[in-house]
Design a protein around this ligand. Structure first.
Ligand code: PLP
Length: 378
């Protein structure tokens, strides 16, 4: 019989979530309208300290809405961090705009401000000034926002912050997702909190969020009949999912603490292992440590690579994943331009995400520790 599977990051429900869902049923608020939606939005707003937040069906929808609100037109250049999950940039294609990918910096693994400015200067010279910047706080580590904001201000470009993986993380005390013109969160099943599927669009521009709610509900004009003057989307979150979200948000601090404890556990376990390194948390940043990631340099481990480790753990039914494959290396984006020196290519070659759920048990951690020790001792 095979051993029980240990997942990379599985949902972690409490009691309030189910009670809230029962209440949604009991009161028959099952549609994408109802009191939990408002409560969830208010709670997100308070937590992230933004003027307003719209609860929607996914983080991807949030990026799509942000691009529409910024008026991105077909053929226009949108700059996006290459080292990310594809959801950050697929919406650029939805709008038939042109994605241009930016390398990572070593300190945060997120967008390199130098490569960012190179790209802006390059396209501006060609008379094709980029229209927006999508920066990602990958794995819950805040990007180098002050440097990125300085570049954005110098060139008058709006910032969309993809904080899908970074709920609970802060930079100089500010919530990830609250610093750009728009921010997005995801409540997909693998994230630090989940509503089974869902997301939010954040902004300090209340009018823009009101417009986002309008666009997310098929752009219905104010009339007794169904009247539409603009193209909209069906992106609004269901009240049932929002009911789960209200319960989840109440335990966010515990979830962050558990993820950070996981990270500390792996750091302690592998601290003397030559060739294994971790992403350090800069002084100004507080990471939610959504996933613990390690870099494995086979030249220093005696030939043990991230694939050796991944396969050895897979044999024990322990799920791990290579770090995100950069977008400029994806077949879908083979025509897209890339600015940088290949920092994120190397992160992809050497990086591995370890099981990081906030519900990992100590028995599961023992199994992981034994297996990791055994791989590295061979
Ligand atoms: C999960 C994720 C998203 C999108 O979230 P969905 O809610 O699944 O659409 C966007 N960006 C990053 C970096 C993510 O990890």
């Amino acid at each position: 019989m095979s051993k029980e599977k240990i997942w990379l990051s599985s949902p972690h429900m409490g009691e309030e979530e189910l009670n809230n869902v029962k209440e949604a049923f009991a009161t028959n608020w099952i549609s994408p309208a109802g009191p939990f939606l408002q409560q969830f939005e208010a709670a997100i707003k308070t937590r992230c300290r933004v003027t307003d937040a719209a609860a929607i069906q996914s983080g991807t929808a949030g990026i799509h809405l942000a691009l529409r609100l910024l008026g991105i037109q077909p053929g226009e250049v949108v700059l996006c961090q290459s080292f990310t999950f594809i959801a950050s940039c697929n919406p650029i294609l939805y709008e038939r705009a042109e994605p241009v990918f930016i390398d990572s910096e070593k300190e945060t693994w997120n967008m390199c401000p130098i490569a960012l400015e190179e790209a802006i200067v390059h396209y501006t010279k060609q008379g094709k000034k980029p229209k927006a910047i999508i920066v990602v706080h990958l794995y819950g580590m805040p990007a180098n926002m002050h440097a990125i904001q300085a570049v954005a201000e110098k060139h008058q470009l709006p910032i969309i912050e993809d904080a899908a993986e970074a709920l609970g993380a802060t930079y100089h005390g500010k919530a990830c997702g609250s610093m750009g013109d728009f921010g997005i969160l995801s409540f997909n099943g693998n994230k630090i909190l989940t509503t089974s599927g869902g997301g939010a669009l954040l902004s300090n521009n209340a009018k823009a969020i009101a417009k986002a709610r309008f666009l997310a509900t098929q752009a219905k004009d104010d009339a007794p009949h169904y009247q539409h003057s603009e193209m909209g989307f069906n992106y609004r979150l269901s009240n049932v999912c929002a009911a789960i979200g209200v319960g989840q948000l109440a335990v966010l601090d515990q979830r962050v603490a558990a993820r950070r404890t996981n990270h500390a556990f792996y750091e302690e376990l592998l601290k003397d292992q030559a060739g294994v390194s971790f992403l350090k948390e800069p002084d100004q940043s507080f990471s939610n440590r959504w996933l613990t990631c390690i870099l494995i340099d086979p030249e220093q481990t005696g030939g043990i690579s991230r694939e050796t480790v991944r396969l050895a753990l897979e044999k024990e039914n322990i799920e791990t994943r290579p770090l995100w494959k950069p977008m400029h290396l994806q077949p879908l984006f083979k025509e897209a331009a890339f600015f940088g020196t290949g920092v994120c290519d190397q992160l992809f070659d050497q990086g591995l995400c370890l099981p990081s759920g906030s519900n990992l048990t100590s028995a599961q951690k023992d199994r992981i520790a034994n297996q990791l020790k055994s791989v590295f001792s061979h």
